[in-house]
Design a protein around this ligand. Structure first.
Ligand code: 5GP
Ligand code: MN
Length: 347
């Protein structure tokens, strides 16, 4: 029975991979979308797919809700992303003309943000969703949802391999895939990493990825402002809860401004908080124009995606989630502190 079930699953996967390849073949205008506030995986998976499809398709464009953070601009293809925030007319035209839309690294249309969501929903194009977040909504024509996967970038590799096109994976696409896997796994250390992940990484390096450069480009490019913001956050703003293995940092507009905050400057900060010995949950609150953004990380079965979904209109993965709060920084923190005990004691 087990082998029979396995066989069926494999056949279904092959069919899905080939169906997507079929859609690509018959499409004339392809766009690749990903969630708002891009990270290494949403950029890496989008750019990888773009490089790959460009070899056979004339009209394929990455169309994102907002610009890529500067720390990813080194990746070839990133600066050619058309984002709705700064290139509104061009992005709208591309979305309207698309006959195939890839939806990468998000599980429901709202994750592209309120400006882009209605445009995607109104599109009559075929939609293919490839994603690793839980609870996917049913809005795509073809859905590959695998919450157990470490990254969407790995899923892009797997789709290319399963559809029998691995020979066409060039070093540019391979580098983007390496980037996505690296950033979504905290450099290959999260529980979501599986033997296959390392096999894929080996294959990517064989194909010419200069892996040490990817690490350097992402992690060794701190500005003085960013280093100082981190130092300030950790030395002046770290709060540890009494009797719970939970710590948080909050940063107001004013504080971010003092360090000339740029998108991406707080990347990884929440993981540093979780790196304190004994800590099981860490949160970063940042004050944004439209509310307070939360970034949550955890260990040992503490489900931050549930905490984010129940209290902060958010979600994500068990150990990495995010959300928003419409109100002041103090109110957001209060809501968190009041509700966090039940997510710690349930584990
Ligand atoms: P980060 O803390 O890096 O911004 O986000 C971590 C993860 O949480 C992301 O990969 C994404 O899955 C999820 N996430 C972040 N913000 C939100 C949000 O506002 N809503 C939902 N549903 N998920 C989010
Ligand atoms: Mn991801």
């Amino acid at each position: 029975l087990r082998s029979c079930g396995f066989f069926i699953l494999k056949t279904a996967q092959l069919n899905t991979a080939q169906s997507i390849a079929g859609l690509v073949e018959s499409a004339n205008n392809i766009i690749i979308t990903a969630h708002k506030s891009p990270d290494g995986d949403s950029i890496g998976s989008s750019v990888a797919l773009w490089h790959f499809l460009r070899q056979t398709k004339e009209r394929v464009t990455v169309v994102h809700p907002d610009p890529a953070p500067e720390f990813l601009h080194w990746l070839e293809g990133t600066t050619e992303i058309v984002d709705l925030e700064t290139k509104e007319e061009e992005a709208k035209k591309l979305i309207a003309e698309a006959d195939l839309v890839f939806c990468l690294d998000y599980n429901e249309p709202s994750r592209v943000g309120k400006e882009m969501q209605p445009l995607i929903e109104a599109s009559a194009a075929k939609k293919v969703m490839i994603d690793h977040h839980t609870n996917p909504s049913d809005f795509a024509d073809i859905l590959i949802s695998k919450p157990e996967k470490c990254s969407t970038a790995q899923m892009i590799f797997e789709w290319i391999a399963e559809s029998g096109q691995l020979d066409a994976l060039d070093v540019k696409a391979a580098t983007a895939i390496y980037l996505g896997i690296m950033t979504d796994t905290g450099s290959f250390r999260f529980p979501s990493v599986e033997p296959k992940t390392h096999e894929i990484l080996a294959e990517l390096i064989r194909r010419g990825v200069v892996h040490n450069k990817v690490h350097e480009n992402v992690y060794d490019t701190n500005t003085i402002d960013r280093i100082r913001l981190r130092g300030y956050a950790l030395s002046e703003k770290l709060v540890m809860l009494d009797n719970l293995p939970v710590a948080y940092v909050s940063l107001s507009f004013k504080e971010l401004d003092r360090f000339n905050y740029r998108k991406g400057d707080t990347e990884g900060l929440v993981n540093q908080i979780l790196g304190i010995a004994g800590m099981k949950m860490a949160v970063l609150f940042t004050e944004k124009e439209d509310g307070v953004k939360l970034s949550l990380r955890s260990k040992d079965e503490l489900k931050v995606n549930e905490l984010a979904a129940d209290n902060f209109e958010g979600g994500g993965h068990i150990y990495a989630a995010g959300g928003v709060f419409h109100g002041s920084l103090e109110e957001a923190i209060e809501r968190f502190v009041t509700n966090v005990p039940k997510y710690v004691s349930q584990a």
